[in-house]
Structures are given as C-alpha cells and as structure tokens.
Write a protein that binds this ligand. Structure first.
Ligand code: AGP
Length: 612
C-alpha cells in the first residue's frame, strides 16, 4: 500500500516529509520520493527506488531541498516495476505540477492514449503519471488548478488518494480521495495530508477523515474542503488517542487482524479493474483460444497457503474448464521429473514472488517448454519477472507472516482467471459465467457483513484454545478450504492440526478420534452436505467435540448435530471457500491470542522462504 504525506506551514517541509514517510515504512514499499516548492528553486523533486534511507541520503536529510510546501510518497508498485522513474512524485511534462497517488486508475490506458495523441510524452509505466499529465492538460485549458482537478476527477475511474502541488500556487496543496484513505491534519506548525495517522501523529492529533470524492485545499492557515461539485463542506474534527505503535497497525492489535479486516477492500482492488461490462478483462494476459486448445495439461504449482489456493482452484477449474488440472507442491514438482512440455500450462502462485521452491519449479517447467503464468502480489518480484505472464493480486503489502488477504486475493484472482480461460475454451455456460461473476462482485460486501459481527468465533476460540490436536474435515471444496484453516491454526497457535478429506477418515485416521477430540467440520459445500453430515455423525459417535462451519440455509440441520456452529453467508459454490476461510482465519487468530502467541511473527517462520 502506498503512503502519502503532504505539508504546508512555517517550517522546512523536507524533514517533515521524510519523518512522516519513515513512520509509514511499516506499510511496505519499494521506492520513495518528495517534491518541495520554494520561490527561489520552484518545484524540487527527488525520488529513488529502494529504502527510505536512500532518499534521505539523496537530499542529505532534507537539507538540500528548501521550501515550506511539499508532498512525499512511499510506493508499493502495482503498475510498473519498482524503479526511480516509476517512483512518485510524478511530474507533469512542463515540470509545473507534482503529484503523489495511492490507488489504481482503471482507465489509465485509454487516457494515456488520449494524451499521447495530444503530443504528451511520458517517462514512466505508471497509471499515476497519467493523472499528473491529465491534470496539466486540463490546467492548460482552464488555468485554474481547482477546476482542473475537478475535471480530472470526473474523468478518471478507479481508486485514488492524491496530493498535488503546483509551481503557480506557492502556498497551497490540493488533496482528493476516492476509495483510498486520506486524512487532513491540523498542526501548530502547519497543516498536513496523510494516508494514515501514523505519518503525522508526532505533529498533531487533530485530524479530519476525507470522504470519497471530496477535494481539500490545504494552506498554512487552514483547510477548505469541497464536494466534487465544489460545494464547501464543514468537516468534523477527531482527536486521535492512539499511541504510535497502535497507529502503525491502523488501530488494530496485530497486523494479521488488520489484514483479515482489509480483505473486502483488497478483493475489491483485485477484481474491480478486471470486470468490465459483465466480462472478465485480463489486460495483462496474452492467452488466445488457440493457446488454450494447445495445452493438453495444466499444472498449478506453489507452496504453503499459495498451494492451498491451488487445491481450491483445481476443483473450480476442472468444473469450469472441463480439463484435468494437477496441483503440486513446488518442492515436490521440481524433483519429480514432471510430465511437462510445450503443450503444458503451468500456473505458479506466490505472494512474495521470491519463494525459492516455487521459482525453481517454474524454471524447471520453462526448461521443459511449458508456458508459465504467475499469480503474484509483489510487483517486479523474481517470479513475476521470469514468468511468461503475470497477474498481480494488488492486495497491498502483507506484513503478518501468516497470510490472509494475499491468500484471499489469490483465490479470487484464480476464480476470475478460471472464468476467463473457460470462456476462451467455450466450456462454461453463459448462465454459470454470469452467475459466478455477479456473485463474485457481491462477495466483498458479504465478507464485510461477516466481519462486522463475529463474536461467536471469538467465543468458540475461548472455548477450544486448550486443545492440542485439531482435525479439519470436509469434502471437495470444504476439504480444500480446510487445508488453509488448519495451516493458519498451526502457524500462529502452534497447535497440531490436520485437514482431512472426511470421506477418507474411515480408512485409518478415525482411530485417532477419541472423546474430546476437537473436529472442525466444514459443511459449506452444499452438493455434498449430506455426506459431510454423515461424517460428522461418525466422529460424534466416537466422542469428538464438533465445531462446525456452514452457511445460513444449512444452519438448522448442522446445529442438530454439531456442538457449536459458525455460519457464513452463502454464495456461489465456486466462491464459497472465499467466505468460509475468513471464519477459519479469525478462529486461528483468536485461539492464538488466547494462547499468548506472537501472532505477527510466529516462531521458526519467515514471510518469504527464499531457501530450499
Ligand atoms: C502462509 O501463511 C505461510 N506463511 C506460507 O505457507 C506461505 O504461504 C508460503 O511460504 C508461500 O509463500 P509465497 O506465497 O510468498 O510463495
């Protein structure tokens, strides 16, 4: 997630900007920059790939850049790899306007085409630079910055938090937001804009939260806020009482909890730019129907939770593509002399894009002639760079070692990709295609509703946190989802757990079920609910304590048998794991909390496993 800070006041801006950016480092970034305006030097822009220290060194801690008006940015790449030129602030062609942006401009390509036709030249690959150039285009038309900003905001589609300064306006910065958070800070030494409280809490706790489509004009003397039609707005001030540590987690107790709660928004970022007029649109993928017909085998290869995404996708893709889909652990695939050739599609999934086993498996697949497609969160990561095609999840940086929002956005992106490929192959009925897509767009709101009230999950965690062995049982997609639920519990609470295909239990493992054994019975996959119920009866008969997970329509039947039941909203079968897994993430989180574990940094684990 990018971080924005802006300042206008009675002190030099550069040190304030650098300090604010440093306080947002926890958000994760790959480049940083500042722009400061002074009478003598006009707009001074300094930006660089890499750590914030490199930027600070570049400007000697801010001493090299003078002026009391400025904007700063830490970039988390979405469009365009991490580089000096792709770093923000972006500057208009004349050098008269500097802009920082957090969000995704969905129609940037068509606007870029328009501007190129009008002779505008670009220096970066980013969507954000398009906004800077479009702003100059309109400013040159109307010679009024506020009016030009209004015209730009009416033209762009997608999410944005913007900070803008212009050589012609020595005392004011302009801010605007839609779907990306932006706050206004009122301080003794001057006034601020920032992506979150952390950046400015040292200077002020008096803040205003901008609403979507609002525009703010910030000067050293005050702040004026307008609606998109330039109607002045009186805003409520808030006094922030967080301590700095809490502020870094957005007020949440742990990054993992923050990232669980961010999932609806992360999924919106993943899907919104890829659904247009009722169709899945994947600008980044260059598959044709002929390509798809050519693939006689499809592999999904990954590690850990990313592998679990592959297991869910195997069921969904086989349903959609009517093709055999094989899912393999990367560490096994690479040494298994895989049956891979030029007629094979290998999809690799990796949040970090740096997992060595997954990278090695992809290289082995390429060496054997396969077409490789990577599903990655970190833009410009090694796997992203080496794959033939890459689709980014745009989940934003994931700080907690135990993945949640990255898993969820991978899962959703694989559902979108499955629909896209099935459409290419002509193997999905229009009714199913439309139904999945409609319900996929409703998923974030359904997830939000569940996240708005999960006291029962917290209670069950307090009831069951002392168990030393837990089974997650389910069939089909429930089993696949259970793999992730089980890993979440193991990773952060250190409780031994096993996900098991419930139809397989009777072939041996059921001998482990004894009075009091905790079994998390997953019953959200409607088509096999009766079978799942019979397996619940089986374990109950041997004394198991059953915590069930099901959907609203199945609640009554499940509650007749289970000792406790968590209910999630019902959606299309293909999408159901995306809702159920949130309950399992929260259950693991609260169990670990009860056990006093280090939730964000579990023992023995690393966020990215770059060793064999
Ligand atoms: C997820 O909670 C784990 N931290 C781990 O299994 C992770 O999914 C795995 O190491 C793969 O990482 P990647 O997605 O970055 O490749």
């Amino acid at each position: 997630m990018c971080g924005i800070i802006g300042f206008v006041g009675r002190e030099q801006a550069a040190p304030v900007l650098l300090d604010g950016l440093a306080r947002m480092e926890y958000r994760g970034y790959d480049s940083a920059g500042i722009a400061v305006r002074s009478e003598a030097r006009g707009l001074q822009v300094r930006k660089t790939k890499g750590r914030l220290q490199a930027l600070s060194d570049l400007v000697h801690g801010g001493a090299d850049v003078e002026g009391t008006l400025g904007i700063g940015h830490t970039r988390w790449a979405t469009h365009g790899e991490p580089s000096d030129v792709n770093a923000h602030p972006h500057v208009s062609e004349s050098g008269n306007i500097a802009l920082v942006h957090n969000g995704i401009i969905e129609n940037y390509l068509e606007i870029k085409e328009f501007l190129l036709c009008h002779g505008v030249t670009f220096t970066s690959e980013t969507d954000s630079e398009v906004v800077a150039q479009l702003l100059e285009f309109h400013y040159n038309e109307c010679h009024n910055m506020l009016e030009a900003v209004g015209r730009v905001l009416r033209r762009i589609e997608g999410s944005y938090a913007l900070g803008i300064i212009c050589s012609d306006y020595p005392n004011a910065l302009i801010a605007a937001r839609k779907d990306s958070p932006l706050i206004l800070g009122y301080g003794e030494m001057g006034n601020f804009i920032a992506s979150d409280v952390t950046a400015i809490i040292k200077y002020t706790r008096d803040v205003v939260y901008m609403e979507d489509r609002e525009i703010a004009v910030v000067t050293a003397e005050g702040v004026d806020v307008f609606t998109s039609d330039m109607t002045p707005v009186v805003k409520e001030h808030h006094q922030v009482d967080w301590d700095v540590t809490a502020a870094e987690k957005g007020g949440y107790p742990h990054f993992m909890f923050k990232e669980i709660m961010e999932q609806p928004e992360a999924i919106r970022r993943t899907i919104s730019p890829r659904i247009r007029e009722g169709r899945v649109v994947l600008d980044d993928v260059r598959f044709t129907a002929e390509d798809m017909e050519k693939f006689s085998r499809i592999f999904i290869v990954a590690c850990g939770s990313s592998y679990h995404v592959g297991v869910v996708s195997k069921y969904n893709w086989q349903r959609l593509l009517r093709r055999s889909v094989e899912v393999e652990l990367a560490s096994e695939f690479r040494y298994s002399d895989p049956l891979v050739d030029e007629h094979t599609l290998v999809v690799v999934i990796s949040q970090s894009g740096e997992t060595l086993d997954t990278m090695a498996a992809m290289r082995e697949a390429k060496r054997r002639g396969a077409r490789t497609l990577a599903i990655v969160n970190v833009v410009g990561s090694s796997i992203a760079r080496e794959a033939d095609d890459v689709l980014y999840t745009w989940a934003g940086p994931e700080i907690a070692v135990a993945t949640t929002k990255a898993y969820s956005t991978q899962l959703i992106l694989m559902d979108l990709l499955g629909l896209y490929l099935a459409d290419l192959l002509g193997t999905v009925e229009k009714a199913e295609y439309d139904s999945v897509l409609t319900q996929l767009q409703a998923l974030p709101d359904q997830m939000q509703r569940f996240l708005d009230g999960f006291e029962d999950v917290k209670y069950f965690a307090s009831r069951y946190f002392n168990h030393n062995s837990v089974f997650y049982i389910g069939r089909n997609l429930d089993y696949a989802m259970g793999l992730e639920g089980s890993l979440k519990l193991k990773e952060i609470s250190y409780i031994h757990s096993e996900a098991y295909a419930s139809g397989e239990l009777k072939h041996g493992t059921i001998s482990l079920i004894e009075p009091g054994t905790l079994v998390v019975a997953l019953g959200t996959h409607e088509a096999l609910f009766d079978k799942a119920m019979s397996n619940v009866v089986e374990v109950k008969a041997r004394g198991a304590e059953v915590l069930a997970l099901t959907t609203e329509p199945l609640r009554e039947r499940m509650e007749k048998i289970a000792d406790a039941t968590i209910v999630v909203p019902r959606t299309h079968p293909i999408l159901q794991p995306s809702l159920g897994v949130v309950a399992l993430q929260l259950f693991a989180y609260y169990v670990a909390l009860q056990r006093g574990c280090d939730i964000d940094k579990p023992r023995n684990l690393a966020k990215s496993v770059t060793v064999e």
